[in-house]
Design a protein around this ligand. Structure first.
Ligand SMILES: [Zn+2]
Length: 193
């Protein structure tokens, strides 16, 4: 009895996560990696809950996740939003940051708990940025890129001391996006005010 209860609650959690991720227009492959559900079951869930319910705003994405890191740093707005996401990944314990400000992944591989934490981080990001520039898939990809410390890293702003997401292959002027854009928290605001 207990075994089947556990199994039931496990399946329920998988389905809940799949629906949560479909709402964010996650790709089938991403949903499969987190939930462990087959493509066929994900397709059926989508059809049952979204296509047949008249909720046509949700699109199901296919294919590969986006992979260019320039998306995160192409302008101060995107860079600021990517930095918000990394802070939320850290708050959700999806990553840890060591003393040298290097980022480490906390999850060896995606699972249901990981998926729910990622959804929570992404939903908070949407609340903080009205004009969100990064889709769920871009957030998923950012989490992987920043964990490798390869193409992206956490740079240090000499104006306000904040850390921000930076392209490892670009020139770094040591100015965070908030200082660039004159946002609260940026040092330029203090100077001009
Ligand atoms: Zn700054």
């Amino acid at each position: 009895m207990r075994l089947s209860d556990d199994r039931y609650s496990g399946e329920r959690s998988q389905f809940e996560l799949a629906l949560r991720m479909i709402r964010h227009e996650a790709r089938t492959r991403t949903i499969r990696e987190c939930t462990g559900l087959s493509d066929d079951r994900i397709r059926k869930l989508y059809t049952t809950y979204f296509r047949n319910s008249g909720n046509l705003t949700v699109k199901r994405r296919r294919g590969k996740s986006p992979r260019q890191v320039t998306r995160y740093v192409k302008n101060p707005e995107n860079q600021n939003q990517a930095t918000t996401l990394v802070a939320l990944f850290y708050a959700g314990m999806l990553i840890r940051i060591d003393r040298e400000h290097r980022v480490h992944a906390c999850w060896p591989r995606p699972d249901v708990e990981f998926g729910h934490r990622l959804c929570r981080a992404y939903e908070t990001y949407l609340l903080l940025h009205e004009n969100a520039k990064l889709s769920f898939e871009w957030a998923w990809n950012l989490l992987q890129c920043i964990s490798y410390n390869d193409e992206l890293y956490l740079a240090h702003c000499r104006g306000c001391e904040a850390r921000y997401v930076q392209d490892a292959y670009a020139l770094d002027y040591r100015t965070c996006p908030a200082c660039c854009m004159d946002l609260p928290g940026g040092s330029r605001r203090r100077k001009s005010g």
